[in-house]
Design a protein around this ligand. Sequence first.
Ligand SMILES: [Zn+2]
Length: 61
Amino acid sequence: MEPRHDMGTGGNCICPKCETLMEHRRGIPCQDEKCPKCGAKMLREGSYHHELLMAKRAKKK
Ligand SMILES: [Zn+2]
């Protein structure tokens, strides 16, 4: 195992469009997964990109 991308095992991928959650599969980056509902690229929940998205959402209020 390479130490890069070590965010632990487990966790979820989340769809930035419809917020569908799916279990993160080991060895497959969330960005390589597609949302089962809308086909968008998934994000790793809690990742930098996910946090950016959440920050954007929070500001929109
Ligand atoms: Zn989706």
